[in-house]
Write a protein that binds this ligand. Sequence first.
Ligand code: DLL
Length: 437
Amino acid sequence: MDRSVRIWNKADECQSREQILALQLNRLQQTLNLVANKVPCYQAKFKESGFKPQDLQRLEDLHHLPFTTKEDLRLNYPYGMFAVPMRDVVRIHSSSGTTGKPTVVGYTKEDITTWTELVARFMTAAGVTEEDIVHIAFGYGLFTGAFGLHYGSEAIGASVIPISGGNTDKQLMIMQDYRSSALVCTPSYGLTLADRMEKQGIDPASLALRVGLFGAEPWSEQMRVELEQRLGIMATDNYGLSEIMGPGVAGECRFKSGMHLAEDHFYAEIIDPDTGEVLPAGAVGELVLTSLTKQAFPMIRYRTRDISRLTYETCECGRTLARMEKTRGRTDDMLIIKGVNVFPTQIEEVLFQIEGCEPHYQLIVDRINNMDSLEVQVEVNERIFFDEMKQQRQFVVEAEKRLATVLGVSAKIKLVEPSTIQRHEGKAVRVIDRRQQ
Ligand code: DLL
């Protein structure tokens, strides 16, 4: 692998810790003043907790402020949290929430410039250059993924193919004919492309693809191996959420050892999701983010619900910004089965290690006679699916044994035929929890 390091903006990405902290304090004070003047929800929150922006002396003083949650955004739907008049808003996006009304977010011209800069930053870290042809297979629309990566690619000077989501056969034709070199999509769609390639007998070595920028949903290290092998690329992870900006909050460099978090634009805390207590550096917990430069839609202590860990050592690439570990999933995706916490990504890790399991699965959780049950529906290759009963049985027993060891709770495996679990062009739905229905 060519490990030459490119940095989009060294002055910002390689600051000393003291510089970062001083910059964060300064920007945080400005943001708190902005929301105290312009956003009624924050005016109420500050009043309730007896906080005045001028009280902020140290970054840690922020920890006394209440969190902002999705519920706050819902109560202020659609534009109640905006800190600028609509005439200053140049773009509106919305979150991909599955329940209730989606969250509406807005950007000023300056916000779009920052967003573009931060996406260009992580794409450069992943190795994208002006020589690349970037194939954007995220759906263009209210979802932030496509537009975010689109603007970032253009800022780098790469050539963008805004193919958008869906129509997998056409994606492959364009990928072959236009010589796409960087693939942008969800990791689950990356696998869908790999499946279709195999079916059509397309050799990944015949393509120009060399790097994948995957994000928008949790994925395991095993899934990375799968994507790298089957697409013949280096697969990198990037993270973001609409409420905070969209993609560009954090992204991996070529060393793939955590996602560099844009700390000059976001202040990050890790909290205990049950108590709300701020945890020490290096602890695993829920990520809470405060925007430091956003104009239209500033967020103070936004609870992301994503579980991760932050580390602060300088990366091999030379960047000094905190690194965020691959998220383990969301607190609201975490299943509590018979009292044991289970994340879909843990199950994914096990499945990927079993010969014959296809990378498509769905977890069905139910409560039968007051007892939680977990069924893992997993696609297996045709050889196993059409195998003799005895061999199939052996396969199931082995998979159930491995799952029980890793999860600490038993799960029933149900083998299904290849291509039967519903494919999503957007984000994968990994869990169906019938206990809540
Ligand atoms: O998914 C923004 C995005 C687009 C990020 C494209 C990366 C690439 P939302 O639709 O608002 O925004 O969903 C945000 O998706 O809170 C996480 O739970 C999940 N998520 C996003 N990126 C990752 C990732 C976009 N790399 C929610 N790993 C977040 C795990 C991710 N989960």
